[in-house]
Design a binder for this molecule. Structure first.
Ligand SMILES: Cc1cc2nc3c(=O)[nH]c(=O)nc-3n(C[C@H](O)[C@H](O)[C@H](O)COP(=O)(O)OP(=O)(O)OC[C@H]3O[C@@H](n4cnc5c(N)ncnc54)[C@H](O)[C@@H]3O)c2cc1C
Length: 406
């Protein structure tokens, strides 16, 4: 195979498209381990309560067919960069000229510390299959607990609530959405969710999943147990690097890449949730959990492998636009003052809330809750790290102006 891609989602699809554009005749293979065709992963929570069907979240055209690549349904279990070879679970070995690693992320495992985590009725939510399994388990269930109040946990909890279950979210930090909101915005969202009937417990950690006949029936916390017939573990995601452990690639928080997504091994690029990158907002290394970052980095990786010169645009690890309990939440860049490094300005009017964070004259972070008018301009300023000089105050005034109209 001239080009081989490992992975079957956003980064793999954009990488494939970039390779095909540069190399119309090349032989390209994609090793992907999910049985489902390519789909929009952020939409899988809607499969839980049936507000969308699987057909509605598939890509319009499967990328392998659209871009003329051979799809190999298998799992890559190891790579040997010196031999330009990958090993598959089926026992097959494939040789490649250039390799794109786009294996994404996997849920953080709570094993072995959380007893009962392998019982029937306990799920994670990363794939279409996970969502359908949760849906299959719903009949007869009355109460669910979601462990983890991040975006995935909250989206799962909303879906379970829509499905008619009593839902409790257990978050170990002091607020929900710790990576997407500050305490004020998180509390406003939590209030909306509580008004819809969701219970939210913050500052609490799971001790044990209680079971009867191998089936989960509750979550024990310090001092009390919450009854539940269904438990979703949503404790975050991490880069899917297990199959790369013996490959000799440089791996820190994720696979280390340069601006053209080259790994430390020749002829191998990596992209998407698998990689670590420098967050444009604060200059720190970060791993991504964003669809758009996977698309951008996949495109650059595919271009680089096929002779192009594209470079990774500035990426943010927080660049989020979502709606929770009907309340729009848009956040980007840094969300707290970083121990005094960033200066925060915040105003609220009812449920509408705005916060801008500056590092001297550069906008480094923002939260828009409720009305999001003007958020796009701010997001661009964060991404471009534009030195605003005397325009800083005008940007701040403008962002807060429309808030005061409510
Ligand atoms: C419930 C949920 C909600 C989300 N909501 C949002 C949102 O609102 N906004 C947003 O920007 N992002 C959201 N995300 C994150 C977003 O989906 C990811 O950032 C994005 O999918 C990453 O794309 P990727 O191609 O890097 O990897 P992934 O989408 O993780 O895909 C990797 C693929 O590779 C396959 N694979 C892994 N290892 C192997 C192997 N060894 N061999 C073969 N195949 C392998 C996997 O099975 C998978 O199909 C959400 C994620 C989830 C789970």
């Amino acid at each position: 195979m001239e080009y081989l891609i490992v992975g079957g989602s956003a980064a793999a699809a954009s990488g494939l498209a970039a390779i095909r554009r540069n190399r119309p005749q090349a032989r390209i293979g994609i090793v992907a381990d999910e049985p489902a065709p390519f789909y929009y992963r952020p939409l899988i929570p809607f499969l839980i309560d049936g507000s969308r069907t699987a057909d509605e979240i598939f890509f319009d055209q499967p990328p392998p067919a659209a871009w003329g690549a051979e799809l190999i349904h298998d799992q890559c279990v190891g790579i040997e960069p010196k031999r330009h070879a990958v090993r598959l679970r089926s026992g097959r070995e494939l040789r490649y000229g250039k390799l794109l690693l786009a294996a994404g992320g996997a849920p953080v495992s709570l094993l072995p510390h959380l007893a009962g985590a392998e019982s029937e009725g306990v799920f994670t939510l990363r794939s279409l299959e996970d969502a359908l399994q949760i849906r299959q388990h719903l009949p007869g269930c009355r109460a669910a607990v979601v462990v983890g109040g991040g975006l995935v946990g909250i989206k799962a909890a909303e879906a379970l609530l829509r499905a008619g279950l009593a839902v409790t979210v257990v978050e170990q930090q002091a607020q929900i959405l710790p990576l997407r909101a500050d305490a004020f915005a998180a509390e406003a969202v939590a209030k909306r969710l509580r008004a819809k009937g969701m219970k939210i417990l913050t500052g609490e950690s799971p001790v044990e999943i209680t079971t009867a006949a191998g089936r989960a029936n509750g979550l024990r916390l310090a001092g009390r147990t919450i009854a539940a017939d269904l438990i979703v573990l949503a404790a975050g995601a991490r880069p899917n690097t297990n199959f790369l452990q013996d490959a000799g690639l440089e791996i820190e928080r994720g696979v280390v890449v340069d601006k053209q997504m080259r790994t430390s091994a020749p002829d191998i690029c990596a992209a998407g949730d698998l990689i670590q990158f420098i967050d444009q907002a604060d200059g720190a290394t970060a791993v991504s959990g964003l669809w758009s970052n996977a698309v951008h980095s996949g495109r650059v990786a595919g271009d680089c492998l096929s002779g192009g010169r594209a470079e990774l645009p500035p990426l943010l690890s927080v660049m989020n636009s979502t709606e929770i309990a009907g309340l729009p939440l848009l956040s980007a860049g840094v969300l707290d003052d970083g121990g005094g490094r960033f200066t925060a300005f915040a105003e609220s009017c009812g449920e509408n809330y705005r916060k801008l964070l500056f590092e001297q004259d550069r906008l480094a972070g923002m939260i828009f809750l409720g009305s999001t008018e003007g958020a796009g301009v701010c997001a661009n300023l964060i991404r471009s790290r534009t030195a605003l000089g005397p325009r800083r105050d005008a940007v701040l005034r403008e962002a807060m102006k429309s808030l005061r109209q409510f």
